[in-house]
Design a protein around this ligand. Sequence first.
Ligand code: SF4
Ligand code: SF4
Length: 440
Amino acid sequence: MDLIETIKQMGVVGAGGAGFPTHVKLGNQVEIVIANGTECEPLLFNDKYILNQHGNDVLQGLKIVMQVTGAKKGIIALKKKQAQIVERVKSLLADQENISLALLDDFYPAGDEQILVYIVTGRVIDQGQLPMTVGCLVSNVETLRNIHFAMMGKPVTRRTITCIGEVRDPSVVIARIGTSMEDVISECGGVLVENPVVIVGGPMMGYIEKDLNSPITKTMTGLIVLPEDHFLVRKKSMPMSWVVRQSKAACCQCTYCTELCPRYLLGHELYPHKIMRNINLDINIPPEVIENAFLCSECGLCEVFACPMELSPRMVNHAIKINLLEMNYRPQLILKKKQSRVNDLINRKIPVSRIKERLHIRQYDRKEIKTGLETNPKQVEILLKQHTGDTSIPVVREGDLVEEGSLIGEIPSGKLGARVHASIAGRVTLVNNERVIIKR
Ligand code: SF4
Ligand code: SF4
């Protein structure tokens, strides 16, 4: 079986973002593969753990991707402040001729692949385009590790996740896919506050999850447990109607949101202050302005750092995208425009330390975090869509016995998707179009 087919069979998807199926991403030839270990969101420790303790797995995965894509060069990117990890990775690369290290400053969003490609290679990706258009491919270090496992016949059944905040033992946990969030939090000693609220993902881009029975998926990076009155909880819980009302009342058109927007600084035609102006004036928004919301990565810098009035251009952009997509609108204008010049990205890098202050999360931060915990639940609820593309089709029935690693969801014929596998051995107790539940 060829390498890409093996990766497809093992259900590998991008572990750092939306879960794009890796076998599809690897279908293009590139010159440079970048292993993304920069982990720019505060409070997350997954990439650091993986590079520190399983760097060789990442290296092996990187070599596979270079082989498949014909890349002549590999780069492992991480933050230079991680001195111990830098030394470990350096020693791994000592006899690697075509794989090097890129050491980045501790700024946000260093891990955004468009920013990362520019910082590491000097190549600028046109707006609305992918890294392959400039001969690059970016892969998260956990994805590369999963590719290495795939070569050994091991499908994706576990997820590295940081559980931190108001928990007794903040830890990096290896969670079986489908473990409930509550089980992961219990594994970390349980919560320390009444009425905790959980943010799934990082504090900048994560979302609030109210149902702690929700299962862990292949793309979840963090569970951040906070008190219900925490700044971040209030910020992320604001209803859209309130965001718009506040923006109408308070946006002074200072343009800071644009001046610090990483995508604008990369030369893309994203001007959040113009979108805010049009929203505020209640006028018919010109398509070339509104469409540019699709260029927004939702990194959150504008709302957390740039705006002096604590407004949220990010939420406005998000709402515009959702509304337009629900109307089956597909952006055209942004793809037609030519790349403009790179603005002052290098001099306007926002240090993560400043972000932590603004997020009021300093008390949860730590230099190191406990590792080595694994979940071993009695039951898992495995979603059939944990990736970009179509929902997988269940291939098991209620009552079936499965082994860990058994196929339970298949990619619909001819569609974009990813296979799904059992993360524990046991009996299938529920199957529907969205999920499979397995009990030991
Ligand atoms: S969230 Fe704000 S800062 Fe980030 S890309 Fe979007 S508009 Fe720019
Ligand atoms: S930074 Fe805030 S106040 Fe200034 S233009 Fe942007 S949204 Fe308006």
